[in-house]
Structures are given as C-alpha cells and as structure tokens.
Design a protein around this ligand. Structure first.
Ligand SMILES: Nc1ncnc2c1ncn2[C@@H]1O[C@H](COP(=O)(O)OP(=O)(O)OP(=O)(O)O)[C@@H](O)[C@H]1O
Length: 227
C-alpha cells in the first residue's frame, strides 16, 4: 500500500482535556478508513488535524512524505483546497447557487474560469446518479441528492484525500447506505484515500478499515474485507 497520509504521535490538549493522547495513523491510495468511538473520544479532533484544520501540540502529519503540520496558514489553506476534499454532515452547499456551480466551486477557487469549471463539474452528475439535477438549487434537492452533490464537490479537484465528517448523519437508513456506497466507490475509482468519521457501524463497514478511538487513543484497529 502506497501511503498517502500519515500521522505520528499526535497529541492535542484543550486545557486539561487530552483530546488526542498519542495517535498514529496511516492511509494509503484507494484506502478507506472509518473513525469510530464514543462522543468526546477525539474523532473530530483527529480528522481536523489530519486535514490541516487544527494543529497538533505534538506529532507530525505527512502528505506523501512531506510534513504539512508546520506549514504557514496560507500554504496550508492552498493545500487543503488543492489536495483535500471535504464532505460534512449537512452538505454545506451554498443555497443560492445551482448544484453544478456548487460542484465547480473548488475549481473556481483555484482559478479555473467559470465555464470550464462548470463543464468539468457536470461530468460528475451521471456517475453520482444526479443526471438532470445540474441547475437545481440545494433547497430543491432531497437530503441524499444534496449529499451526492457534496461528494461531487469533494472530488472535482481530484484530491489525494477525501475527509468526511458524519456524511450520512442526517439521512435515513436506506439513503445513508446508498450515499456511503457511492462515496467509497467513487473515491476509490478516483484513486483518492478516504477518512470518514461516523457513529454508524453499518456505514463504517463500507470502509476497508475501522479505527476505534477512546479517550484520545486508538483502542482497536480492524480490517474489513473490501466488499
Ligand atoms: N475547541 C475546543 N475547545 C475545547 N475543548 C475541545 C475543543 N474541541 C474538542 N474539545 C474537547 O476534546 C475532546 C474530544 O473532542 P472531539 O470533538 O474530537 O470528540 P468526538 O469524538 O468528535 O465527539 P462527537 O462524537 O461528540 O463529535 C472532548 O472532550 C471535547 O470537549
């Protein structure tokens, strides 16, 4: 497995709270990792540190062997835009923009002209079962459709890693299954790695591996057979 993202000895304290107390993680190309654990165990802190949103107090984060945790804020935010994709619990789509422009946003932020960006964005609609919904605004989409638009937006810039924080948390069981199946398969086809925080064991089972976090430490690391 060729390592895309690695973290060693991560420690993060908030006052007296050890949100992370020494965590090591590695994610490879086409690899998918689910992060599970009780509320307050450190899952979001781990995701945010891996994604360069929060800085660790100790330890290192390496993207393809280059340290990223010590980069300046400007370089880090450019790197987040170009190398990482994000899917959140509530899509976080811009309500005033049609779906295709929401998907095109990461490309436009990188400087791709609008027409070209929208053209590239449109290519994602059929593979995600969104054909015909390109001009709909987020308010005119179902929860599952909105999350599929968010998946397209996370992948459009061809990132190395997609981070998903409770991507199915707001969906019913059937829709949740459909969305996580698409998220894992499309990310893998794209050659990207996936790191997903979830409370739902059925959702986690779609990933290659599951990391159990407890009190800021890795409690258990299990390997699923890829479905
Ligand atoms: N910005 C912050 N300031 C202070 N304490 C924080 C902050 N962020 C997280 N914590 C604390 O760090 C610990 C880990 O929090 P984290 O959000 O990573 O847990 P989690 O496993 O994602 O929880 P949940 O499942 O409820 O989202 C908790 O005790 C939390 O209260």
């Amino acid at each position: 497995m060729s390592t895309v993202l690695a973290a060693h000895g991560l420690v993060k304290k908030y006052g007296p709270t050890h949100a992370l107390a020494g965590v090591d993680v590695e994610v490879g190309e086409r690899d998918s990792l689910a992060v599970m654990g009780p509320s307050g165990s450190g899952k979001s802190t781990l995701l945010h540190i891996l994604a360069g949103i929060v800085r660790p107090d100790e330890g290192q984060v390496l993207l393809r062997h280059d340290r990223i945790d010590d980069l300046g804020e400007n370089r880090l935010s450019a790197l987040r835009r170009s190398r990482f994709g994000f899917v959140f619990q509530f899509g976080q789509l811009l309500p005033e923009l049609p779906a295709e422009e929401n998907v095109a946003l990461p490309l436009m932020l990188e400087g791709t002209p609008r027409r070209q960006a929208v053209e590239r964005a449109r290519r994602w609609f059929a593979p995600l079962g969104l054909d015909g919904l390109e001009r709909r605004r987020p308010g005119q989409l179902s929860g599952g459709q909105a999350q599929r638009v968010a998946i397209a937006r996370a992948l459009v810039a061809e990132p190395d890693v997609v981070f998903a924080d409770e991507p199915t948390g707001a969906l019913d069981r059937t829709t949740s299954g459909e969305v996580v199946r698409l998220l894992t398969s499309v990310t893998r086809e794209q050659g990207a790695a996936l790191v997903m925080v979830t409370h739902d064991a059925d959702v986690a089972a779609h990933c290659d591996r599951v990391l159990q976090v407890r009190d800021g430490r890795i409690d258990h690391h299990s390997q699923y057979t890829v479905a």
